[in-house]
Design a protein around this ligand. Structure first.
Ligand SMILES: *[C@@H]1O[C@H](CO)[C@@H](O)[C@H](O)[C@H]1NC(C)=O
Ligand SMILES: *[C@@H]1O[C@H](CO)[C@@H](O)[C@H](O)[C@H]1NC(C)=O
Ligand SMILES: *[C@@H]1O[C@H](CO)[C@@H](O)[C@H](O)[C@H]1NC(C)=O
Ligand SMILES: *[C@@H]1O[C@H](CO)[C@@H](O)[C@H](O)[C@H]1NC(C)=O
Ligand SMILES: *[C@@H]1O[C@H](CO)[C@@H](O)[C@H](O)[C@H]1NC(C)=O
Length: 321
């Protein structure tokens, strides 16, 4: 344990979230990294009677959603906090953050390597897409992004959503499976998809160094490293798709009229099994295999740090056979 760590954790007790991670952050252990970010979430937690809902704020420049050079940072920036003065997860502005363990099943015959084999600890952010959805509209589209820390290396993130269109008036947050491959819909906003396609096009490197398309994020980078910080030796075996299946019995009220964050906070407790994790090796593989589960290691907390400072990089490398 670094002696400076305790100081770094406790200096920021004001309500204003700020980027605080120390210079040697990447070299820390997974538990140290998780504690640093979780303490920021707790230090900037919102009063539940006063949750922010207005989006965009004057400081949110939604024009950025259509600027490839801006969007490209979501692939290029490797930190766990927003780059520079950036202060908003524009596509999904509000959510809750919870500590998690990605527990992989050692009884499984899964061929997958890296984090799909070792599992790990991290944070999950549960939110709603806001391109059309609340608070901007009536469409309810859950998304979950999970950060797994890697000892001495940058963390790896896993983005999951069903689709942009959402589930209409059904407010059960756990109605649908979610995946790293987003389903296409006839109502998908072409401007947003087009911006993402142009963003992929300006990423450096060969074809394998960028996502296959605007609907598909690769899992190769997550399969290439173990949670203890060692690189996978030998072939890297990544799933084509990772599917989060809401754990049996988990649901929020379909007809809830409350803010989804309040429903989640009430339901989700330390120890809750959130999702069963299934994976499929290739696009045409017949079967999904159960490879693990995502378990909460804490309560879920809405916070300024979790909405404005924490950063979840999207992996650029695409899947390969
Ligand atoms: C939360 O907000 C309510 C209503 O404004 C207020 O009475 C309460 O003191 C606040 N609690 C905290 C912890 O700030
Ligand atoms: C919003 O972002 C665009 C693109 O980066 C920029 O041209 C514009 O000046 C920004 N507007 C404000 C109000 O910051
Ligand atoms: C593997 O272990 C987990 C956790 O004990 C269990 O839920 C799952 O059903 C097991 N899978 C198989 C194929 O035995
Ligand atoms: C969710 O995924 C599981 C596992 O692949 C599958 O059994 C189930 O049918 C899926 N549910 C829906 C609604 O697609
Ligand atoms: C692990 O792989 C990365 C590239 O993915 C490389 O930069 C790094 O040097 C490797 N680490 C070791 C210890 O080989």
């Amino acid at each position: 344990m670094k002696t400076g760590l305790g100081v770094a954790v406790w200096v920021t007790v004001t309500a204003v979230a700020a980027a605080v991670l120390p210079d040697d952050y990447n070299t820390l252990t997974v538990r140290e990294k998780q504690a640093l970010q979780w303490n920021q979430v707790l230090a900037t937690r919102y009063n539940l009677t006063d949750l922010p809902t207005a989006f965009p704020q004057p400081t949110d420049n939604v024009t950025h959603l259509f600027v490839p050079e801006y969007l490209a940072q979501s692939f290029l920036h490797t930190g766990d906090e927003m780059p520079g003065t950036r202060r908003r997860i524009l596509i999904c502005p509000f959510g809750v953050v919870c500590k998690v363990q990605f527990r992989t099943f050692k009884n499984s015959t899964s061929p997958f390597t890296g984090l799909f084999n070792t599992g790990g600890i991290g944070l999950i952010r549960l939110s709603l897409e806001a391109v059309f959805g609340p608070p901007l509209g009536k469409i309810f589209s859950p998304s979950a992004v999970m950060k797994i820390y890697v000892h001495g290396q940058i963390s790896r993130n896993f983005q999951h959503i069903k689709d942009i269109a959402g589930q209409g008036a059904n407010h059960n947050y756990f109605l649908n499976n979610m995946s790293n491959i987003m389903e296409k819909g006839p109502m998908d906003p072409p401007a947003v998809g087009g911006a993402f396609t142009r963003t992929i096009a300006i990423l450096a490197g060969d074809e394998l160094s960028r996502p296959a398309n605007a609907y598909t994020l690769g899992l190769y980078e997550q399969a290439s490293v173990n949670a203890d910080g060692t690189n996978v030796t030998g072939p890297i075996v990544a799933p084509w798709e990772q599917r989060l299946v809401p754990h049996a019995g988990l649901s929020t009220a379909t007809d809830s009229t409350r803010d989804f964050r309040l429903d989640l906070i009430e339901l989700l407790k330390e120890g809750t099994v959130l999702y069963d994790v299934y994976a499929k090796r290739s696009p045409d593989a017949a079967e999904y295999q159960l490879i693990g589960e995502i378990v909460l290691e804490s309560e879920c907390v809405p916070s300024q740090y979790g909405d404005q400072i924490i950063f979840f990089r999207q992996s650029a490398q695409q899947w390969r056979p």
